[in-house]
Design a protein around this ligand. Sequence first.
Ligand code: ADP
Ligand code: NI
Length: 209
Amino acid sequence: MIETVEAFVRSKFQDDTTGHDWHHIFRVRKLALHIAKQEDVDSLKVELIALLHDVIDDKLILDKDEAHQEVVSLLRNLGMQEKYIEDMIHIIENIGYKGGNGLDLQCMESRIVQDADRLDAIGAVGIARTFMYSGAKSQAMYDPDIPVRDSMSYEQYRKEKSTAINHFHEKLFLLKETLHTKAAKEIAEERHKYMENFVEQFMKEWNEI
Ligand code: ADP
Ligand code: NI
């Protein structure tokens, strides 16, 4: 079952250049399974959510209904029950940060993947992914004339002009406090500091002389 889902996901993210390629998915799976070992959860469910967590994301796909149907068919063909499929779809549609407008998911398996996804958004890898995303979406790396937003609706988060550097203030620096598990919080410490140092150095060079 995992192999089939993995092949499906790999085919979907093969050519991604927005920082959401299948290596991202595989890193999230690895991190999620690591966190899961320290919690009393269904690790198969964790692995499935991790593999599928970005396949119905509206910022990455053109047709949400089509992606939704494809995932339902995939899971049906694997013999999963309708109730389980419904639960899985609900989770993967709501696992994203969405500019702070995401749902507060209660199931521990989804919270673990959320933590793993957020860990991959911070640190050195997080920095690299943010600049890739910004380039792919024609967004500047920095523009002093574009102010950092304090809070925003989902629409504003996706559509309004921002910059890679602003994204650190608007999302990445906030992630540490949103983590659910002890294991993720521990990993986040070093990554968070590394990002803070990076932005500090970036601003120092930008304003130097
Ligand atoms: P969400 O898209 O809901 O914020 P994701 O976890 O899917 O959550 O986002 C993944 C990564 O994509 C972010 O951590 C960041 O690296 C990049 N990204 C998303 N939106 C932006 C943005 N507006 N500017 C720069 N990078 C972004
Ligand atoms: Ni992701």
